[in-house]
Design a protein around this ligand. Structure first.
Ligand code: PLP
Length: 409
């Protein structure tokens, strides 16, 4: 089959992929936790430190203005990446977790006793705990959308969860455990028909599929740069301007104010109202290169390549006796969770590591989902643009070898 990319050329951009683990060539399949970063992005970080490091948004000197321009250029590129209407709708955060906390605390300020929030059983803890924190001060009810056997959301059950007290829906675009890509457009349309806004947790989506917040009509959209070939410490919250404008600040400090006195403070315009303190301007500036990189490769090409790997890995694992795959949705992204009879996920993960294969094990910050599946955790392999078919074959062979050890016991 013809390769979509010249994978070897792509891999040259990632020096880390040349290293060995346990004396074996590294096969990095933990991309859903964090992806590796290409040279061009690391060079962006280096360049900023070597030539342009200055605090942003409040300097008249050249370096500060250049640094500010770089951060604002990234904001514009994020706007274009998401097809948001305005850069006022793009807020830099530390990651998806902080973005969701921002919305929960700021938008959630208006919730009152008896209000209801709809989440799904497949959410990451980052999209559960911030909503639960609101329950410390208010009697809010969290209601949960169930899944079917394949790991797909039960949309009829979702519709039935709406009541006159439903105030918010927060849902993952794609599951970090099952790989399911949720029908977020449909989910949003249903919520809007009840007058309820929706936050989409895009942590597992933005590296694998094109996202158009206007086409989705998403009210909020959150993601992390480090899961999409970007630097760590940078995330984005998209929010519709009308909603953000009407929300109180989340954190207080420098950068987010208009005028401060001890009698009272006014707040800065969007998006700065939500960006208290010095942002991670070096990594934000470098993130602009990630967005160029994704555009250069083409997100559809990345998705097609990963889909080929996912299908081959799924077919290979299905041949292994005693192995169960968790998550068989019709629409999946490049995440493959499984368990082997007689072994814990940790056993498998440790043995695969000895063979050079890096996978993630455990509950993947999704304990309610684990409870629903009746298991403690899974082994999770997740693919990125730089993974090869040869690596997938090695991974299947390594897993078969490990599974055999447990079959003998
Ligand atoms: N949501 C989902 C679906 C995730 O997979 C993750 C991370 O794995 C997060 C949220 C949290 O992302 P971060 O730790 O970058 O804030």
């Amino acid at each position: 089959m013809a390769e979509i990319f010249d994978i070897e050329k792509i891999r040259e951009q990632y020096p880390i992929l040349q290293r060995t683990v346990s004396g074996k060539p590294l096969i990095y399949l933990d991309n859903a936790a964090t992806s590796q970063v290409p040279r061009c992005v690391v060079e962006g970080i280096e360049q900023m430190y070597y030539t342009t490091k200055a605090n942003v948004h409040r300097g008249v000197h050249t370096l500060s203005q250049e640094a500010t321009d770089m951060v604002e250029l990234t904001r514009e590129k994020v706007r274009a990446f998401l097809n948001a209407a305005s850069t006022r709708e793009i807020i830099f955060t530390r990651g998806t977790t902080e973005a969701i906390n921002l919305v929960a605390h700021s938008y959630g300020d208006r919730f009152v006793d008896g209000d209801e929030i709809i989440l799904t059983v497949m959410e990451h803890h980052a999209n559960i705990v911030p909503w639960q924190l609101l329950q410390r001060n208010k009697r809010l009810k969290i209601v949960v959308v169930p899944i079917n056997q394949a790991g797909e959301l039960d949309i009829a059950a979702y519709e039935a969860l709406f009541s006159s007290r439903t105030r918010f829906v927060s849902v993952a675009h794609a599951s970090n455990v099952l790989g399911t890509v949720n029908p977020v457009k449909q989910i949003i349309d249903i919520a809007h028909s009840h007058g309820v806004p929706v936050l989409v947790d895009g942590a597992q989506a933005t590296a694998h599929m094109a996202v158009d917040v206007q086409a989705l009509d998403a009210d909020f959209y959150a993601f992390s740069a480090h899961k999409m070939y970007g630097p760590s410490g940078v995330g984005v919250l998209y929010g519709k301007e009308a909603l953000l404008a009407d929300m109180p600040p989340y954190q207080g400090g420098g950068e987010m104010i208009g005028n401060v006195s001890f009698e009272g403070t006014t707040f800065a315009e969007l998006p700065f109202k939500f960006e208290a303190g010095t942002p991670d301007f070096v990594d934000i500036a470098a993130f602009s290169r990630t967005l160029d990189y994704l555009q250069m490769l083409g997100i559809e090409n990345i998705a097609a390549h990963e889909q080929t790997l996912l299908e081959a890995a799924t077919a290979g694992l299905q041949q292994i006796p005693g192995l169960t795959i968790y998550g068989t949705a019709a629409h999946k992204h490049s995440v493959l969770s499984f368990l082997v009879d007689g072994a814990s996920s940790y056993d498998i993960g440790i043995l695969l590591d000895k063979l050079g294969v890096a996978v993630r094990t455990g509950h993947h910050c999704a304990q309610p989902l684990m409870r629903r599946l009746g298991i403690e955790g899974t082994v999770r392999a997740s693919f990125a643009v730089y993974n090869t078919m040869h690596e997938v074959e090695q991974f299947i062979a390594a897993t078969a070898r490990v599974a055999k050890m447990f079959a003998r016991k």
